[in-house]
Design a protein around this ligand. Sequence first.
Ligand SMILES: *Cc1c(COP(=O)(O)O)cnc(C)c1O
Length: 357
Amino acid sequence: MKKHNFYAGPSILPQYTIDKTIEGIQNFADTGLSVLEISHRSKEFVAVMEEAQQLFKELLNIPDEYSVLFLQGGASTQFAMIPFNLLGKKAAYLDTGAWSSKAIKEAKGFGEVEVVASSKDKGYNYIPKNFEIPVDADYFHITTNNTIAGTEIKFDMDSPIPLVADMSSDIFSRPVNISKYALIYGGAQKNLGPAGATFVIIKNDILGKVNRHIPTMLNYKTHIDKGSMFNTPPVLAVFSALQTLKWLKANGGVEAAQKRNVEKAEILYDEIDRNKLFSAVVPAEEDRSLMNITFVMNQNFKEHETAFLDFVAQRGIVGIKGHRSVGGFRASTYNALPKESVEVLVKAMQDFEKTIG
Ligand SMILES: *Cc1c(COP(=O)(O)O)cnc(C)c1O
């Protein structure tokens, strides 16, 4: 049966990426060797790294004064690496969910942290508005897409101080005005490639402002100076991510991806709002994520939750069980998810509603 993959991460990748990755594992760049068993210093792999960085820059229109890095340790390591490198005295954070909170917790080990606003009071179901960013902080950290609660900051915010963004789950889902950010980072495993690579887009001149000793591997300068090749990079993850970037380029880039994402999200939110069994977790339309669509079963139908999961499973729908902290359902509609999968889910929601009567 055809599967409709709504997992939040690791998550659906383009078939092109899967096919090309298999090819690379079997015979990488006509070397007769696997990409798994060839030196990262070989000319063939150096070309992969350079093309991945170049396509990253091209697709997101990244200015020359930024570097693109592929590191390891996931977005979670960045939660510490960012304050390690950038927090002199004080940093400001916006608390919009579980991932933001984890970033805040890590930063507190390096200096003062001012949380400018939080949506924790309502289970993180909205994006705080009208907060003030302190001008005496070293940077302001936001999580643009809140993978768990299903909210998203869908625009590029103005900040009087360097803006740092966790874009783990919405990178490449829309055009981004990179020049508004000092640093953008994320795990690759949501919208880009397999787990194992962490991307960092960093403005080169934001470094060198803290006095502490930074271990070599945790120092961004190490990786900028060596073009992300200081030590062995996550070769397979980078190779695979490159295939996704090629796929994205061939399919119209981030502008076209955004159009498709808006369309998919509209189809699903419309059904959630219409169907008497379900409610969206995020009430305000402007805060609703286009990548992770969270919804619950209304109170008087709650006992049908498991039956609904079984019902959709029979149609090949996988990965829509909500995160344990939110409950209900979460449909992740990343770039690689076809509109057809959303239509199959919507039809299942309509048919299930009929069985309930
Ligand atoms: C998944 C996710 C993370 C954690 O990423 P890891 O690579 O597993 O450390 C952090 N932030 C956001 C927004 C995420 O979606």
